[in-house]
Design a protein around this ligand. Structure first.
Ligand SMILES: *Cc1c(COP(=O)(O)O)cnc(C)c1O
Length: 394
């Protein structure tokens, strides 16, 4: 028997040997295009704060006002001690923004996915996931106990194969009503490409399945007023479960589900990550409400225009063939984990902060630099990044 300390250290050594060891880097400034790490300023191309709202004066003011009126903490779960007004304002804003009947917010997007999938599906149901969906969807799917199938990334033919199999399985199980739920992201978090949502909607209707779309990286960015990819493609009304986070372009923190009144009422009763967890701080809800208001305003429109401008500058300064240039996630896939760590270190030596993304965030051997541009970057920032990338020795 190893002691606990020996075993922990053995596991850490194994991670180091595989170049999969991770560590926290303390930042002594607000999130933004420039951050302070260890007393040094870095140009920051790592954040999902795509519109620069995390430090926006309107969001900060909303958070401060909520602290003054509603305090620092929420006291208990919303079903236990009463549900503070800022959460209701947030959910009304979200439902209006996404044009759904209702919305429910969770402490995080991670909790929203797990709580929703496990509430909707159990061992008699079938879940069909895109190969590259986020860990929170994979974890929720496993926890639900439903039968799981994975289709090749963005591959409609493979999705149809899985749907055909699922409907015949569902038909052959006489006793129970099986439900089939298809889940995808809209903009994929580590690749920056878009799901073929129109084709997916057509298929799920053809086979009588439900569809859940995680718009974590598209909300605030794509579609009219930043409503997301489903809105941009005109299919949002056919998607049963629209999920997202308040922690990326919306600049705050928390996760959400938008959909019918019945879906939301059911989740309040059955989503365990909602029921058995203390409500988030009211300041987070107030900041998110301000973020939602901002992305729909003229100011939000001009931030999106600025982001598109930065993306165009990046494209013309590099030979990067990004699949979806409307999207601010730019993967530079190097494959090898050690090589990717070395590239990130070279960039840091030039005061540029870009994360090395490795297993299990992406597959083994698919390591990459994940560059994110934001509306808060300047044209000069983009030139500096492009020059540093051109000089990378890999
Ligand atoms: C970040 C992310 C989440 C989780 O949201 P949090 O609010 O950060 O917990 C879910 N899905 C995708 C695709 C994400 O990128």
């Amino acid at each position: 028997m190893h002691s606990f300390a020996d075993e922990s250290n053995r596991r850490l050594s194994a991670l180091r040997e595989q170049n999969l060891f991770r560590e926290l880097r303390r930042v002594d400034s607000a999130q933004g295009p420039r951050i302070q790490i260890g007393g040094h300023p870095y140009l920051n191309f790592s954040s999902n704060d795509y519109l620069g709202l995390a430090s926006h004066p309107m969001l900060k003011a909303a958070a401060i006002a909520a602290v003054e009126k509603f305090g620092a903490g929420a006291g208990a779960s919303r079903l236990i001690c009463g549900s503070l007004a800022p959460f209701h304002e947030l959910e009304e804003s979200l439902a209006a923004f996404k044009r759904t009947e209702a919305a429910l917010t969770f402490a995080t997007g991670y909790a929203a996915a797990g709580g929703t999938i496990t509430a909707l599906c159990g061992k008699d149901d079938i879940l069909i996931l895109d190969k590259l969906v986020h860990a929170c969807i994979v974890d929720g799917a496993k926890l639900s106990g439903a039968k799981l199938r994975v289709f090749a990334h963005n591959d409609l033919e493979d999705l149809e194969d899985k749907l055909r199999w699922a409907t015949s399985t569902a038909r052959n199980s006489s006793m129970v009503t099986r439900h089939i739920l298809v889940i995808t992201e809209s903009i994929f978090s580590m690749d920056g490409d878009c799901a073929p949502l129109m084709g997916m909607v057509a298929l799920k209707e053809k086979y009588g399945a439900w569809l859940m779309v995680d718009e974590a990286h598209a909300t605030g960015i794509l579609g009219q007023h930043g409503r997301g990819l489903a809105d941009a493609l005109g299919v949002s009304q056919q998607i049963e479960i629209q999920m997202g986070t308040l922690g990326k372009a919306l600049g705050a923190s928390g996760g959400y589900i938008c959909g019918s009144r019945a879906l939301i009422d059911y989740l309040v009763n059955r989503a365990r990550s909602f029921i058995f967890s203390t409500a988030p701080v009211p300041a987070a809800a107030a900041a998110a409400t301000a973020g939602i208001k901002l992305v729909q305003s003229a100011a939000g429109e001009s931030l999106r225009a600025q982001l598109r401008q930065r993306l165009a500058e990046f494209r013309s300064a590099t030979v990067n063939r990004q699949p979806e240039m409307a999207c601010p996630i730019i993967p530079v896939i190097l494959g090898d984990e050690a090589k990717t760590l070395a590239a990130a270190a070279q960039l840091r030596a030039q005061n540029i902060f870009v994360p090395a993304i490795r297993y299990p965030t992406v597959a083994r051997g698919a390591a990459r630099l994940r560059i994110t541009l934001t509306a808060a970057h300047s044209g000069a920032d983009i030139s500096e990044l492009a020059a540093a990338l051109a000089g990378l020795k890999t």
